[in-house]
Design a protein around this ligand. Structure first.
Ligand SMILES: *Cc1c(COP(=O)(O)O)cnc(C)c1O
Length: 449
């Protein structure tokens, strides 16, 4: 086979795949944080179309023409056979990777950013507010807003604002307004600054600022880059493409591996395949989610009801959680830091349809370097977690002689993460296992449902 399997623009899927109607048991509802009754997403924050998609029972949802046109700037994305990595590992396994790093923002995130901006515009709103940590989501949304002539206001966690100036410049190039969070533009920002003028900020604070902004402006909607059902839905363009690409070479994965932060990129890749497992066509398909040992929500957290956000204002969801009061350890380099996980991923894991593993960051970076030296691509630290497991599985095949097909979801490149590589090379990176006692302490703050 050739190294790349290419789809033409005409072969790009024209619908997103909605897994909700195919789940063997219905997904638990979202609960209102006040009444604890089933609820929708807060309507002032989200456009109607996205609120409908969040709970839709339609299996395929058409991708609007305007969104398809923008997707075509970088889609369909390549599916590669990792011949050189296979050789380096001396494995009989066949390794494939679906690469989303070819998007202008360098990751899978524009797949949903462009769609969300489209619906906000279509429903007559003028602005979107959002938060960003390291800047990957902020830059994807800045680009999405630009394509539809929307204003984009990004509350960027203050430490990252100063440590990652080039992500900020990227957002500004696409026309977004970026401010450090906490900042003077919101009441909550002003309050935090009054108490602690040197506050480094946190994702939780930035979310609160972006939400306050959207509530305060009638022309503004808020946007999230992961976790929610509609975000996972928009990412399924990648898995549907990958399935078509593998069909072209008569292949089907035995194992699919991806990283999970909030769960969106990997869901997008494996949902169309896990459908075959749910329907009994591929009972042996193995799906492996990979999370960091430093933020092990699925592997260490209980499956229970918790707030979606730090402030306890967002809906309560049933998920594996480290508690909404979870604070990610500073020494951790990757962006996989959410205290919970996408409800659909948790549900599938609870039903035994998918597996999850946690990995330490030093072996993760070691694997990233093996990959970069074989395939050229420098992976982002997040998908490097998945690469660690792909290499483990490929080496198991070497032991057993099995010729398994392994599909890797390679969500983005690491060109803005060279600081983390630098720490790895200089030996400053540390492994950190999130302590069980901390999980137990945090769980005393769970909402009573
Ligand atoms: C944001 C990000 C992730 C983690 O988010 P998910 O919603 O779990 O996909 C993973 N990889 C890259 C490259 C990212 O930018």
């Amino acid at each position: 086979m050739d190294t790349k399997v290419i789809l033409t623009e005409k072969e790009m899927p024209t619908s997103w795949y909605n897994i909700l109607p195919d789940l063997p048991q219905p997904l638990p509802p979202l609960l209102h944080p006040g009444t604890k009754e089933p609820t929708r997403l807060p309507p002032p924050l989200f456009p109607e179309a996205l609120n409908e998609q969040e709970f839709s029972t339609e299996r395929y949802i058409e991708i609007p023409e305007e969104v398809q046109e923008i997707y075509k700037l970088w889609r369909p994305t390549p599916l590669n056979r990792a011949y050189r990595l296979e050789k380096a590992l001396d494995t009989p396994a066949r390794i494939y990777y679906k690469y989303e790093g070819v998007s202008p923002a360098g990751s899978h995130k524009p797949n949903t950013a462009v769609a969300q901006a489209y619906y906000v515009k279509k429903e007559g709103f003028k602005r979107i507010s959002t938060e960003t940590g390291a800047g990957q989501w902020g830059s994807a949304l800045a680009m999405g807003c630009m394509f539809f002539g929307l204003e984009c206001k990004v509350y960027m966690v203050k430490v990252s604002y100063y440590q990652k100036p080039y992500r900020r410049s990227m957002m500004e190039t696409w026309g977004a307004k970026v401010v450090p969070s906490p900042g003077e533009d919101t009441e909550i920002g002003r309050r935090i600054l009054a108490e602690d003028p040197d506050s480094p900020g946190s994702l939780g604070i930035a979310i609160s600022e972006a939400v306050e902004d959207a509530f305060a402006h009638d022309d503004t909607k808020y946007s999230l880059g992961s976790v929610l059902n509609h975000v996972l839905l928009h990412q399924t363009i990648a898995g549907q493409e990958a399935k078509k690409q593998l069909e072209k070479i008569d292949a089907y994965p035995d194992i699919i591996v991806g990283c999970i932060g909030g769960g969106s990129n990997f869901s997008g890749v494996f949902f169309p395949f896990v459908k075959d497992k749910i329907e009994g066509r591929r009972p042996d398909l193995q799906v492996i989610c990979v999370e960091p040992e430093a933020c092990p929500s699925v592997t260490k957290g209980p499956y229970t009801w918790d707030y979606g956000d730090v402030a306890g204002l967002a809906p309560i969801v049933k998920m594996y959680t480290l508690g909404h009061t979870f604070i990610p350890p500073k020494i951790h380099a990757g962006g996989l830091r959410y205290h919970g996980m996408a409800p659909i991923i948790c549900h599938l894991h609870h039903l035994g349809l998918i597996d999850c593993r946690a990995e330490h960051q030093i072996p993760v970076f070691k694997s990233a370097v093996v990959f970069a030296r074989a395939e050229g691509i420098i992976p982002a630290p997040e998908p490097a977690h998945a690469i660690k497991v792909v290499i483990d599985e490929a080496l198991k095949c070497k032991q057993s002689g099995e010729k398994k097909n392994i599909l890797l979801a390679l969500s983005g490149h690491g060109h803005f993460d060279m600081g983390a590589y630098d720490e790895y090379f200089s030996g400053r990176l540390e492994d950190y296992e999130y302590p069980k006692e901390k999980v137990e302490e945090a769980l005393t703050h769970l909402p009573k449902v």
